[in-house]
Structures are given as C-alpha cells and as structure tokens.
Design a protein around this ligand. Structure first.
Ligand SMILES: CC(C)(COP(=O)(O)OP(=O)(O)OC[C@H]1O[C@@H](n2cnc3c(N)ncnc32)[C@H](O)[C@@H]1OP(=O)(O)O)[C@@H](O)C(=O)NCCC(=O)NCCS
Length: 169
C-alpha cells in the first residue's frame, strides 16, 4: 500500500487490474478529455506505462481502492509531465463514473499532494487540466491549487488549451 485515507487506499496497479481499468478507460463519457474511449490495446499501453513509471520514478498513477468493498474505483497519483520547456510533477485523477460526486477524487488528490511534499520533498506540485474540464478543475481547487499558467497541448491531432493549477510546499 502506498497511501491510506479515511475511505480509500492507494496501491500500485498490476496486470490483474486490466478489467477494472477497462471499465474506466473505455467509458466514452469519462474519457472525453482524452478525445474518446480507449481500445484494449490503448488500455494495455496505459497500464504498462504506469508500471514502467513505478520502476523509473518509484511513483506513477496508482490504483484507488474503496475500503468499503475493496473495489478499484479510480486512479490517482503522481507523474512527470511535459509543460512548456520542462517537466513538472503532476497529480492526475480518473475515476469510474459510478463513483463520481462522492468526494473520492478530492480525497485521493489531497493525499497525493501530501505525499509529494512530505515523501518526495517536492517544492511544487500541479494538476494540468483541459480548460473545458470543470469537474477536474474543481478537484484542483478543492486541493488548494491556484491557476497559474496556460499552454496548448497537442494530442491525437487536436489543439487542447490546458491550464496548470499549482500548490507550493
Ligand atoms: C475528474 C473527476 C475524477 C472528478 O470527479 P468528481 O466526482 O467530480 O470529484 P470528487 O470525487 O472530488 O467529488 C466531488 C463531488 O462530490 C461531492 N461530495 C459528496 N460527498 C462528499 C464528501 N464526503 N467529501 C467531499 N465531497 C463530497 C462534492 O460536493 C462534489 O459535488 P459535485 O460533483 O456536485 O461538485 C471525474 O470527473 C473524472 O474521472 N473525469 C474523467 C477523467 C478526467 O477528466 N480526469 C482529469 C484529467 S485532467
């Protein structure tokens, strides 16, 4: 286990999580900020990328498990992301739609911020969010981050304006 909160715990993803990840990454509504649902191949790539990150950085997007039923209800964690000319430490989150609107994403994101400052000793951590993604922006605001700068990311052939929400140690 990496982190524990009141209702959740976070652990590394494993190959055995493939089906639970498909429930999230193959849901069209959940994936709108990523220009659509993932194929099986893209889910596999995504999972392998997290496992690679654990080896490279010792952190990545982690599985979020609901204590109450031991189910994988989402992903939340820390990754290095390109931002303008550099790489920044980011808190990311993506949850199963059946578990939205219960405060789980905020609860997990807050724990990741604490981990970034206390365990990784980071000076700064951020969330990079598409300008149209209001629920995600609200999680960043509840995580006491402040909108600091903007950049256009190019993904799947689309120009996507993104904002960066930042918290300092
Ligand atoms: C981003 C995402 C995780 C946010 O989910 P969310 O359910 O809106 O956020 P939370 O889990 O923090 O829940 C907050 C809501 O729960 C409510 N809530 C209920 N019980 C709560 C509790 N005990 N504690 C806190 N909030 C609670 C809050 O009032 C808030 O309500 P609202 O949705 O009406 O504003 C979700 O929309 C998602 O997975 N989106 C797709 C992936 C994505 O875009 N990721 C971000 C890429 S940058």
């Amino acid at each position: 286990m990496i982190l524990e909160t009141e209702r959740l715990y976070l652990r590394e993803l494993t190959e055995a999580d493939f089906d639970s990840l498909c429930e999230i990454l193959q849901d069209k509504e959940t994936m709108y900020a990523y220009e659509g649902a993932f194929s099986d191949y893209e889910v596999r790539e995504w999972l392998d990328r997290q496992i690679f990150r654990y080896h490279q950085w010792n952190f990545g997007l982690w599985a979020v498990i609901l204590k109450e039923n031991n189910k994988l209800i989402g992903q939340c964690g820390l990754t290095m992301q390109p931002w303008k000319e550099s790489e920044v430490l980011e808190i990311g989150y993506l949850f199963n739609r059946a578990y939205w609107h219960k405060g789980f994403a905020t609860e997990a994101a807050r724990a990741c911020k604490k981990y970034a400052f206390e365990v990784l000793q980071a000076e700064e951590v951020c969330s990079i969010i598409r300008d149209t993604n209001i629920p995600s922006q609200n999680v960043a605001l509840r995580n006491e981050m402040v909108k600091t700068d903007a950049w256009i990311k190019h993904y799947k052939g689309v120009d996507m304006p993104h904002d960066r929400y930042v918290a300092q140690r």
